[in-house]
Design a protein around this ligand. Structure first.
Ligand code: HEM
Length: 343
């Protein structure tokens, strides 16, 4: 498989774009015409060929541009990457997991040669050819988590498991839907989820935590989450709200199809072998409404989901201010026909 990497930006002139193939494989998250939080977890054990679920870490046409965007964000704000000292072993676990998976799943892009603890890593799209000693941080230019997540799309949280809970104690977070690693670091599962409406009363977080604590090595899980973002911006962080928050007010009936994006997160959960920590990669996919409606069943369904969503969720997800504009735009693509269950 050959991937043509896009030359594109996620800020300033926002030249981000999806090819016809990227639209076709977009992880549309709704399997029915309405939406409410649920413990929507399933095994992360492959998926349809060419889909974002096929490989453990999806690499697509946005890879090189996303890594460039991460570098810009880190240069402006190094606190987007943090690891408490006891999480270094989990960082090595993550480095191993990502290198092994990428080399197996994309051999034309990545190679890993191992001779005991002497490792040789080649990342062709980013032009990296590096020999280092596994578990020896002096042989890497950054800590192990930072080194590998500068080469992997999506955000990453590393969770320590103790006292029957998960603790967010390391992460690389530059493409988040309005939450902050710097604020959340050191918190446990219930603490960092405190701002989410409705889900606590529904018992969702108790059930989800129980599920996560039991995840075994070699048997990862996944779920999808979604929100809405004006402009194809990866860095919608609280730290930079002053940059992207005002852009919400630039939507008009004329530009909503082009500037309003559905933002879908493919969240995966991997047990780590040495540290017994949990890795939580969050891969972000963006699609403009005008591209999304080229698939008629998606346009029809998204209209119904957004129209009928409880107010608290639209408020929490940050698009209440533009909700009516979005509904009016999508209504043109909803012919009122019944939809079939499933995606
Ligand atoms: C939102 C982290 C697993 C459900 C969030 C937020 C964070 C987060 C940082 C944003 C909270 C805020 O507003 O500040 C994590 C981490 C996880 C994890 C690190 C893995 C250990 C799960 C699981 C579920 C879940 C397994 C299953 C139900 C949710 C929901 C939201 C949320 C429903 C609100 C999202 C929205 O409406 O856009 N999570 N989460 N999370 N999380 Fe998790």
């Amino acid at each position: 498989m050959t991937i043509q990497f896009n030359d594109e930006t996620f800020r300033d002139d926002y030249s981000y774009h999806n090819s016809a193939e990227a639209i076709r494989r977009f992880p549309f998250p709704f399997d029915k015409d309405d939406y409410m939080y649920a413990v929507n977890m399933e095994p992360h054990a492959g998926g349809r060929e060419g889909s974002p679920f096929e490989n453990r870490f999806d690499v697509d046409e946005h890879y090189v541009a996303e890594m460039r965007d991460r570098e810009i964000t880190l240069n402006e704000d190094p606190l987007r990457c943090q690891s408490l000292p006891h999480m270094e072993l989990a960082g090595w676990d993550l480095l191993e997991l990502i290198m092994e998976c990428k080399a197996e799943d994309y051999p034309e892009l990545f190679s890993l040669h191992r001779d005991g603890d002497r490792w040789h890593w080649i990342n062709r799209p980013l032009g990296i050819d590096h020999k280092f000693t596994f578990l020896d941080p002096t042989t890497l230019p950054y800590g192990p988590m930072e080194y590998i997540t500068r080469q992997a799309q999506g955000d990453f949280a590393l969770l320590d498991q103790r006292e029957g809970n998960l603790w967010m104690e390391a992460g690389m977070v530059t493409s988040q839907a309005d939450w902050s690693l710097d604020f959340d670091i050191g918190m446990n599962f219930f603490e960092w989820h405190a701002p989410v409406p409705k889900a606590h009363e529904m018992g969702i977080f108790q059930r989800a935590l129980k599920f996560l604590l039991a995840i075994q090595q070699g048997a990862p899980s996944r779920r999808l989450n979604w929100t809405m973002t004006v402009n194809p911006r990866l860095d919608t962080s609280p730290e930079n709200y002053h940059k992207w928050g005002p852009e919400k007010r630039t939507l008009t009936p004329e530009n909503v199809g082009e500037k309003q994006f559905l933002r879908v997160e493919l969240q995966t959960f991997f047990r780590l072998p040495r540290s017994n920590g949990l890795a939580f990669p969050i891969r972000c996919y963006l699609i403009s409404l005008q591209d999304l409606v080229t698939v008629p069943k998606w346009g029809r369904r998204l209209h119904r989901v957004i129209r009928d969503l409880p107010d608290e969720l639209a408020e929490y997800k940050g698009f209440a201010v533009n909700r009516q504009l979005i509904i009016d735009y999508l209504a043109q693509f909803d012919d009122g026909k019944p939809t079939s269950p499933g995606i």
